[in-house]
Design a protein around this ligand. Structure first.
Ligand code: IPD
Ligand code: CA
Ligand code: CA
Length: 283
């Protein structure tokens, strides 16, 4: 962190320490509840699930953050009405916030409900719209991915580095099947159809935040998805950037919190990936 960036110690606890603590505590609780869910509801569409665990985990994180930093603002998935318009508006309403915590308590709820062990807790802190802390925790593998702006990104205390593939034909990419079936899903299907024959392989594992953590750690060469929310991307974006990767929107514009159509990569394949997605979108 540079000299003119905010002091990250308040009341003896750094922002990053609080983010890690929240992710670890919530993650442990989420994992302990696996297989014993009593409330399963749908939100925006039949693909968009929510359980009492999503809501309970968000409450837990919100309370913990509020205890340490009562003056900070909070944006969590479960506190926002379902659907892309409501998400975009909730973010817009908080655009003046000095410190904004952006939280997805369970990213990959469908996996969680089915017992497929690929889901995460995603916690970011933005200072005047710029992400300064990003934590993604995978309870199934007990992997904690942490980044602080200007200080690098780490997993298990090891510094992360994006992968070195220089071309799509050597790359392992990931994407997602978005909940919005009308615009985002068809758009993503075009990208999948165009890219599948041109890359080493594709993965669609069901947690955008973890996909981004995997780009950061070099396990994936790149990732793209349409119509994600700030809480899916914010923490992972800093992991990618601090690991030497590149974040942008799907047209190549600089990433910011309002970006919903996202592209992440090791940097080396970024332009090629954007070109393929651009020509797929125009087919
Ligand atoms: C979902 C996951 C999934 C992505 C969906 C997201 P949720 O988040 O990130 O990978 O494909 O678009 O909505 O609903 O499990 O928090
Ligand atoms: Ca999510
Ligand atoms: Ca979620």
């Amino acid at each position: 962190m540079s000299a003119n960036q905010p002091e990250s110690i308040v009341g003896g606890k750094s922002y990053t320490a609080v983010a890690i603590n929240c992710a670890a505590k919530a993650g442990e609780w989420i994992k302990s509840k696996m297989g014993s869910i009593t409330q399963l509801d749908t939100k925006y569409s039949m693909h968009d699930l929510v359980t009492e665990v999503d809501k309970g985990a968000e409450r837990m994180i919100r309370n913990l953050i509020g205890t340490h930093f009562p003056e900070h603002s909070f944006l969590g998935e479960e506190g926002v009405e379902p659907g892309p318009e409501a998400s975009a508006k909730a973010l817009q309403d908080l655009s003046e916030a000095e410190y904004l915590w952006i939280v997805d308590p369970v990213d990959g709820t469908t996996n969680y409900v089915h017992g497929f062990p690929f889901y995460s807790v995603s916690i970011a802190l933005a200072h005047r719209g710029q992400v300064i802390v990003g934590v993604v925790y995978d309870p199934s593998r007990d992997e904690l991915f942490v980044a602080e702006r200007g200080k690098g990104a780490y997993v298990h205390g090891r510094k992360m580095q994006v992968s070195s593939e220089g071309a799509l034909n050597q790359s392992l990419l990931a994407t997602g099947f978005p909940a919005d079936q009308h615009v985002a899903l068809p758009a993503n299907m075009k990208g999948i159809q165009a890219l599948a024959p041109k890359v080493r392989n594709l993965r669609i594992a069901g947690s955008a935040a973890l996909h981004l953590a995997y780009v950061a750690s070099g396990r994936l060469s790149g990732f793209w998805e349409y119509n994600l929310n700030a809480w899916d991307i914010a923490a992972g974006s800093l992991l990618v950037e601090e690991s030497g990767g590149r974040m942008s929107d799907i047209t190549g514009s600089t990433y910011d919190l309002a970006v919903r159509n996202v592209t992440a990569s090791n940097g080396l394949i970024h332009e090629e990936l954007l070109e393929e997605l651009h020509s797929a979108a125009n087919t």
